[in-house]
Design a protein. Structure first.
Length: 185
């Protein structure tokens, strides 16, 4: 049993010291996942990888009964926490008091931004919720691949799937999301 798994079990059992000892062991991997996810965000994103990791970790450790069953479950929960934080940030940016649907563009980026399709994280979130209602396993795979940035093999391991099944699920989910989102998957 790895140190991460032992600490996850202890944290799930209510040991506050275990939660504190867990962060140094998973921090680098969570930071790498957050940086990879934020690299896909639109220009002008003010949330940084460090802040995303810290906020996600606080949400994970602050849960009343996390019930993590292992390393894969912990990283799946971290991916979900990061997704919710990014969706909340997107909602806040779209709020009327913050300029509504206005897009912040610098003069240097104006030509490039005009050519890019709009990145609507809220539409993706709604589509993922609809996919989860239809097939929760495929939606979980998308969350791990898209929001946590896990490669197919790691995402398959986290979900307890074979790589071939994960590949089929990924192809289906991408096609389903493409159909649901139209030209902006």
């Amino acid at each position: 049993m790895s140190a991460v798994t032992r600490l996850l079990d202890a944290a799930a059992g209510g040991d506050p010291a275990a939660a504190a000892d867990l962060l140094p062991l998973v921090y680098d991997e969570l930071r790498r996942l957050a940086a990879a996810r934020l690299a896909h965000e639109s220009p002008g994103q003010t949330l940084q990888a460090t802040a995303l990791v810290h906020e996600a970790y606080l949400r994970l450790v602050g849960a009343a009964d996390p019930g993590w069953t292992g390393r894969g479950h912990f990283f799946a929960a971290a991916a979900e926490a990061m997704r919710r934080i990014l969706v909340d940030a997107a909602r806040a940016k779209r709020a009327a008091k913050r300029g509504g649907a206005c897009v912040r563009v610098t003069l240097a980026d104006a030509a490039v931004a005009a050519e890019l399709p709009p990145d609507d994280l809220l539409d993706l979130d709604a589509a993922l919720d609809a996919l989860a209602a239809e097939d929760a396993e495929k939606a979980a795979l998308v969350r791990l691949r898209f929001f946590a940035g896990l490669p197919e093999a790691e995402a398959a391991a986290c979900l307890g799937l074979s790589r071939a099944t994960a590949s089929r699920h990924w192809a289906y989910a991408r096609a389903w999301l493409h159909d649901r989102l139209g030209a902006n998957p």
